[in-house]
Design a protein around this ligand. Structure first.
Ligand SMILES: Cc1cc2nc3c(=O)[nH]c(=O)nc-3n(C[C@H](O)[C@H](O)[C@H](O)COP(=O)(O)OP(=O)(O)OC[C@H]3O[C@@H](n4cnc5c(N)ncnc54)[C@H](O)[C@@H]3O)c2cc1C
Length: 387
């Protein structure tokens, strides 16, 4: 679609390995995972053994010591196939880096090897039932009690939530209040599977059904203080410092899925016979696809520049928000075009051109990791700095 300059030969070799693994081990079973609302645990270990996990984590902790472009290759191959049952980026590019950057030596040794091999599954729990957009609303409480933290509250829509062995939970340090204008005091607490008082229930979603998405309750869970990640009270600062990378990985996923959908749309229009050739010969179709293709190419260039900035350690949060906003909204437009141009076959679950699933899966992406409105808030409120 676009000649990219981001990758080297090693990345392309990895791309082939990842593609082979996904086509053999994931694609054939993905529909059954969607039916059971989760992927089997074994697939995480297989993915780890095939080198799909934690590419940027140092080798001493079981990772590959690679650069972020290796993660990009894996995210893109998963997105191209519209897979969501095993979202490696959550484990590799969010949970493991949290642990690597904030964890003590003991925590790194204890948890990172399992995340890298896929023996352990990780999750991050920020969103609560009363709203995920405004992190100031977090009400989950972490109360200090001797050598322990007592965790009380609820989290919702947590990816990998039911299956996770380690959950990084953002909770308000006891006594801290959420009134805006006051200094926020949050803790990041590592909660392990099997902790007494941890209750989980899977959410039945229409979009991305193969992804385990769960509701979590912490009923006075007693967590050893050794499971505090980073310094007590610094959680909000940590959350904010990780938002750019979260937004970038979601942009990378959306952009790659969008490019795949656009190609499929051109293909299906080209194959659909009309009185004068194919439906691709209609000028109306060409204009619509020309607009989408032009936007896709321009956005690809921008997303790649953000990836290069992240590799160079200078990714700007506003640019990460622009990348997420534009990629996810463009994905929605492409999915809607594919459905329209497929005609009635687009609505049929047994049709090769079934496109309703893409529309719903796309709609998830303008919401998760911060909705489009929140991205616009961040971009808009920073504009004074460009004067
Ligand atoms: C498939 C999936 C996986 C997810 N995985 C995780 C996970 O692993 N961990 C986790 O913590 N969370 C996760 N989430 C939750 C996700 O991050 C939240 O859904 C998201 O942050 C939005 O929060 P909300 O759903 O509570 O919507 P709300 O905050 O209630 O917002 C609803 C809508 O109100 C509008 N709105 C909200 N705030 C503003 C504003 N300031 N200005 C203008 N309009 C606004 C927007 O239209 C927004 O979409 C996941 C969600 C999904 C769907």
């Amino acid at each position: 679609m676009f000649k990219r300059t981001l990758f080297e030969q090693d990345h392309e070799i990895l791309r082939h390995q990842v593609a082979d693994f996904l086509d053999a081990q994931v694609v054939p079973d993905h529909a059954s995972w969607a039916a059971s609302r989760k992927a089997p645990r074994a697939i995480w270990q297989q993915a780890g053994a095939a080198g799909l996990l934690c590419r940027t984590i140092p080798q001493e902790y079981g990772g590959h010591g690679g650069d972020f472009r290796q993660s990009v290759v894996i995210i893109e191959e998963i997105a191209k196939r519209r897979l969501c049952g095993i979202l490696t980026f959550l484990q590799s590019d969010i949970v493991a880096p949290y642990l690597h950057r904030l964890g003590s030596d003991h925590q790194r040794q204890e948890y990172l090897p399992g995340l890298c091999s896929g023996q352990r599954i990780g999750a991050v729990a920020l969103t609560e039932p009363q709203g995920g957009s405004d992190l100031h609303q977090i009400s989950c409480q972490a109360e200090s009690d001797g050598d322990e933290i007592i965790l009380t509250g609820q989290k919702t829509h947590i990816s990998n939530g039911s299956e996770a062995d380690i959950i990084i939970v953002a909770a308000r340090s006891a006594g801290a209040r959420g009134t805006s204008g006051q200094a926020e005091s949050f803790d990041m607490v590592l909660v392990e599977a099997g902790t007494e008082g941890l209750l989980r229930s899977r959410i039945d979603k229409t979009g991305m059904p193969a992804l385990d998405t769960s509701h979590l309750r912490f009923d006075g869970c007693r967590i050893p203080k050794g499971n505090l990640l980073g310094a007590s009270g610094m959680g909000f600062f940590y959350l904010v410092s990780f938002l750019s990378i979260e937004r970038l990985v979601l942009a990378i996923y959306a952009q790659a899925m969008m490019e795949a959908l656009l190609k499929e749309t051109v293909k299906l229009c080209n194959m659909r016979k009309s009185a004068h050739g194919s439906t691709l010969d209609y000028q109306a179709t060409q204009f619509r696809l020309a607009d989408l293709y032009s936007d896709a190419i321009a956005n690809r260039s921008f997303v790649d520049s953000c990836i290069a900035d992240h590799v160079a350690g200078r990714l700007d949060n506003r640019n990460a928000c622009i990348a997420k906003l534009r990629s996810t909204e463009l994905l929605g437009r492409v999915a809607a075009a594919k459905l329209q141009l497929s005609g009635a076959r687009g609505f049929c679950a047994d049709s090769a051109e079934e496109a309703t699933r893409d529309v719903v899966d796309s709609a998830v992406q303008t919401v998760w990791g911060g909705s489009s409105e929140v991205m616009r808030n961040v971009i808009g409120s920073s504009l004074v700095n460009i004067l």
